[in-house]
Design a protein around this ligand. Structure first.
Ligand code: LLP
Length: 420
């Protein structure tokens, strides 16, 4: 089993010292353990053994090519939410038949791209999208594989309010009360094939109540649609399994599996899952170097070469990410760990007990494999960081660090002015 541990005091990932990676790839850098990702996939599969199922890794959690390769080679499909993610998935070698397309605001060109490529399933979120998809399918002369993303309108109070998605009034999905009508609309179109009901109720879900209540509601409406002749083949329960950021207990996968597998069995369909965070979050760290240590108004501040541009979760969600010193140091101190960006909101941790490091030290910010690099930005004209995959005793840069040239690559130096 891979992962992060100490050997002779030095933090290593699998068999590779993080200091060696910082030396070779520079900082800041995201570092991912292939072994941990494989182990997570295996664990989830084992819990679902005996249930016909397919894992569709949610690209939005981490779309780094090197990570996608590990996941694809483990036999997973994927779930995309934009034409851009579809392009990245295809470029990483996922077969179209392994790809699900979801998302609340799909545009005509994206639906066209998805249909042209021949993907497995398009989860639609409104009657208007059904109509648009039918017209594009007619234009292309194909039958579109349709899932209905249902908003089951269940209580998701245990998720951060920004990442709860299945409550009444949330922008996602078709309100449960309208699903049958939209289902009839799909069944009436020769261009559409109603293959699935889908939900995604939230992310970082430590309680499975929302899954249970949501799945119950989906089963009920699915049975009504089956009664109307819907050739349902899949039940897609979305993502949402949690990662351990601090001291949270690992999810009880057997309990989770019992809920979702039971629903699929009742309907006699294959179970689809769209896990993101659970597969990759804990497999990643952000390596950063302390540039300065200073005292500010009675607070100790570690100014690092990574901040909100590399990891926005602390300032955006108030998220906790564990911070370790790569070299073992004696003692701890309370400090603000911040980035170099010109914003007071630019921090990795505030008032945190951290190892008593000095300027020059290397830090590892944990649990950044999901929603780290994908949410990064070039704010303050900061080139995006490199990404590294470790596989056993080998490591490789899989995403090159951006350069200053990348920062001006899209600039139109001589604009072509047009007359109105
Ligand atoms: N499927 C759908 C339709 C989704 O919207 C999501 C995540 C997933 C699957 C994967 O969910 P997961 O297994 O990773 O929980 N940026 C936030 C998380 C946003 C999640 C959005 N949807 C964060 O940093 O916590």
């Amino acid at each position: 089993m891979g992962g992060f541990s100490r050997r002779a005091g030095a933090l290593v990932v699998d068999a590779v010292p993080l200091a060696a990676i910082a030396e070779g790839a520079g900082t800041p850098a995201y570092v991912y353990s292939a072994a941990m990702i494989r182990e997570r996939i295996a664990r989830l599969r084992a819990a679902l053994e005996g249930v016909p199922h397919q894992l569709h890794y949610s690209l939005k959690a981490n779309a780094c090519r090197g990570v996608l390769t590990v996941i694809r080679e483990s036999g997973c499909g994927c779930d995309v939410v934009s034409g851009g993610e579809l392009a990245k998935a295809l470029a990483a070698g996922f077969a179209p038949s392994q790809i699900i397309f979801g998302g609340v605001g799909k545009q005509a060109h994206e639906l066209r791209e998805a249909l042209r490529s021949g993907i497995r399933l398009i989860n639609v979120e409104s009657a208007a999208e059904v109509a648009l998809l039918a017209s594009i399918a007619a234009e292309l002369g194909v039958v579109a594989p349709v899932g209905l993303r249902v908003n089951p309108e269940v209580d998701v109070t245990n998720a951060h309010r920004f990442i709860a998605t299945g409550e009444k009034g949330h922008k996602f999905g078709i309100p449960i009360g309208e699903v049958e009508a939209v289902g009839r609309q799909v069944l009436a179109s020769p261009q559409l094939r109603l293959l699935a009901l889908d939900m995604h109720v939230g992310s970082q879900l430590h309680s499975f109540d929302a899954y249970r209540n949501g799945a119950d509601r989906l089963v009920e409406v699915a049975q009504r649609l089956q009664g109307l002749g819907a050739p349902l083949a899949y039940l897609d329960v979305g993502g949402g399994l949690p990662a351990t950021y601090e001291a949270e207990e690992a999810p009880d996968l057997a309990a989770f599996a019992a809920i979702v597998a039971g629903a699929a069995r009742t309907l006699g369909v294959e179970l689809l899952l769209e896990p993101g965070r659970f597969l990759v979050a804990e497999a990643g760290v952000l390596l950063t170097r302390v540039i300065y240590r200073k005292e500010n108004g009675g607070r100790t501040t570690l100014v690092c070469d990574a901040g909100m541009t590399e990891l926005i979760r602390p300032s955006h969600y108030g998220a906790y990410h564990r911070i370790d010193s790569v070299a073992q140091v004696a003692g701890t101190m309370v400090a603000d760990v911040v980035g170099p960006v010109c914003e007071t909101g630019d921090f990795l941790a505030l008032g945190r007990e951290v190892p008593a490091v000095e300027a020059g030290a290397l830090l590892a910010v944990h649990t950044v494999g999901a929603y780290g690099s994908v949410m990064s930005s070039q704010y303050n004209a900061r080139p995006r960081a490199a990404e590294v995959v470790v596989d056993g005793d080998r490591w490789a840069v899989v995403t090159a660090r951006e350069t200053y040239a990348d920062l001006v690559r899209q600039d139109v130096v001589h604009p072509e002015w047009r007359q109105r």
